[in-house]
Design a protein around this ligand. Sequence first.
Ligand code: UTP
Length: 300
Amino acid sequence: MTRVRKAVLPVAGLGTRILPAAKTTPKNLLNVFDRPLLSHVVAEGRAAGIEHFIFIVGRGQGGIEDYFDRGYELEAELAAKGKTEILEAVRADLPRPGEMSFVRQMSPLGLGHAVWCARDLIGDEPFAVMLPDMLMDATPAALAQAVEAHDAVGGNIVVVEPAPPGEAHKYGIVSLGGVAEGFGGRLAAMTGMVEKPPPGTEPSNLFISGRYILQPRIFEALAAHERGAGGEIQLTDAMLRLLKSQEFHALRYEGATYDCGDPVGLLRANVAYAMKHPTLAGAAREAVTRLLSGDGLAGH
Ligand code: UTP
């Protein structure tokens, strides 16, 4: 079984749901409590054994590359002031030489097109796709759970989770076949996918939640550049084409997902990560509790 070493992180979308916050700050650099969203997602990838992160970036997203680069002045100032802990935190996300690549998607033609832009860097090996606006809090890391499933059954893996009751029609929903051995019944053959099925027609309540392991043949399906829903080149359309000739499994992962591409999801993520911060959780809980009781509205 070929090991999954590379991950594609498409970040070139317009982020319309979270404008104007994402107008000048790339959506994926928005804050989740004490660090940018991308910092959490890269940590998840590293925990899953990813050795090469391929970002698909758009115009005005140079801040992402800068975030993952040395900040010489800042680091020198922190060192001179003896602020060692902060300096370490600032450096913690920095890549090893060659660990990150940046590919420009010159027009946001869709997620499928974004993934296709990585074809030459991926080459002929299975790879992960991580949608970084979906923050997935899990132990083991969500992508590590997908890698484990790939190690067991090979082929293509799609991470899924139950949609909130009555909301399946808002998502990309999978249909399932036989359950695979192990994984507590959470890994099953995937027989189909449907984008936003009309209420009452959903084949299951499980939606595709932002982590995939794909075989390189997906690039053949993406090369057709066929436009799908919303006039965009959709990854799901290419996956449906590949499903005719390759195995797909859906893994119901164990963890909590926060859709940070939406202001309320980003708020939920901030509160959840504040509540489990190693040193600030107590103060954060107190602040949130006071706000909820109406006591903190004066500003302190
Ligand atoms: P979304 O559709 O969820 O993100 O795409 P978006 O387009 O940024 O956000 P909204 O819907 O307008 O609010 C899923 C992922 O695919 C990336 C996005 O950046 C996001 O991480 N994407 C989407 C691209 O990289 N390129 C595209 O052309 C489209």
